[in-house]
Design a protein around this ligand. Structure first.
Ligand code: TYM
Length: 329
């Protein structure tokens, strides 16, 4: 059976991008595959979170995983830093990752622009750590959003390079997985780009109805179409994309027709969008609130997953080290 693996950084609550790009697919996959789902706390260190917040961020993501429907009996749930083998593989793979190719990744260039005062080596080698997360379990299917596509390509390059250099087949090539024909990019509410944690343009799984409605009603639009069948500006396209993700196809069609004949009222579209988002996320929010305070349940949820992940990681690392030529005296 093929192995599915994915993770989400522990930096605050999950937003709709994380949910529709990743978590919702994790939940769907767990009945069909051998699944590993983890919380990427090491990856979150690139931005130097305060120690007082570090563990609670991990706890938030774990609660949200469980609230969204991940079942610890079906999937191995664990925290990245509890599997030290990942870091050991990261060292081995770093020797095969070239500065030039890492500097060319879109996510790195983006970070250099956004946090110019903190361009650390961990940011540069972020895709190598991610490759280690995946390859340590020899996972072949990785459910992620569109923004992670390039990181998956690097994971494949490193797997191939390792296998070729050491004359082994220890690492299979991992591929991004989505349910539709393409990987998803959930747009933000500010009229540009994708929904992100640092962009302040998101709706979070733990937002209440009032917050969601307020955010959606404030979403950027234009003055409205003046000619039939005119091209939509990006901001309006984004609202339609969101609508197509959370609402029934007939609802999207209804508003599309209204747009095309210039009778659309953005206020109506936004009300519908807010209501449909709430329908999807409020039941999850209710569960998050209960789970977050249940330490015993959280502890149990990761116990079995951590054991499984360590066993699987140790087995792969032993093969990789043997291939490199390590021997115990
Ligand atoms: P992170 O924490 O930034 O995002 C977690 C997941 O959410 C997806 N995502 C989106 N999908 C669609 N639209 C959006 N607006 C949107 N925003 C985020 C991301 O594509 C991702 O799937 N490097 C990863 C975490 C990671 C990982 C791994 C993933 C670490 N190791 C190994 C897979 C395998 C990250 O930062 O994701």
């Amino acid at each position: 059976m093929e192995t599915v693996l994915s993770g989400i950084r522990s930096t605050g609550h999950l937003h709709l991008g994380n949910y529709y790009g990743a978590l919702r697919n994790f939940v769907k996959l767990q009945d069909e595959y051998k699944c590993f789902f983890f919380i990427a706390d090491l990856h979150s260190l690139t931005t130097h979170p305060h120690p007082d917040d570090f563990h609670s961020s991990v706890k938030i993501i774990l609660s949200e995983y469980l609230a969204a429907g991940l079942d610890p009996e079906k999937s191995a749930l664990f925290v990245q830093s509890d599997i030290p083998e990942i870091c050991e593989l990261y060292v081995l793979l770093n020797m095969l990752a070239y500065k030039g190719e890492l500097e060319r990744t879109t996510s790195f260039k983006d970070k250099v622009r956004k946090q110019a005062d903190n361009v650390n080596a961990g940011l540069l080698t972020y895709p190598v750590l991610m490759a280690s997360d995946i390859l340590i379990h020899r996972a072949t299917k990785v459910p992620v959003g569109k923004d992670q596509e390039q990181h998956l390509e690097i994971a494949r390059v490193l797997a191939r390079r390792f296998n070729n250099l050491y004359g082994t087949e220890v690492f299979p090539e991992p591929h991004a997985l989505s349910f539709g024909k393409d990987l998803i990019k959930v747009p933000g509410l500010d009229g540009s780009g994708k929904m992100g944690k640092s962009e302040g343009n998101g709706i979070y799984l733990n937002d209440d109805q009032q917050t969601i409605t307020k955010k959606v009603m404030k979403a950027v639009t234009d003055a409205g179409p003046t000619k039939p069948n005119s091209e939509m500006p990006d901001s309006v396209k984004n609202l339609f994309t969101l609508l197509s993700i959370v609402s029934e196809p007939s609802t999207v069609e209804y508003f599309r027709e209204k747009y095309n004949d210039c009778s659309i009222r953005y206020g109506d579209l936004k009300k519908q969008l807010a209501a449909d988002i709430c329908k999807q996320t409020l039941p999850i929010k209710e569960r998050i609130d209960a789970i977050y305070n249940d330490d015993e349940y959280l502890r149990k949820a990761v116990r079995r997953g951590t054991e499984q992940a360590r066993e699987s990681a140790a087995a792969t690392l032993a093969l990789a080290k043997k291939a490199v030529g390590f021997k115990v005296f």
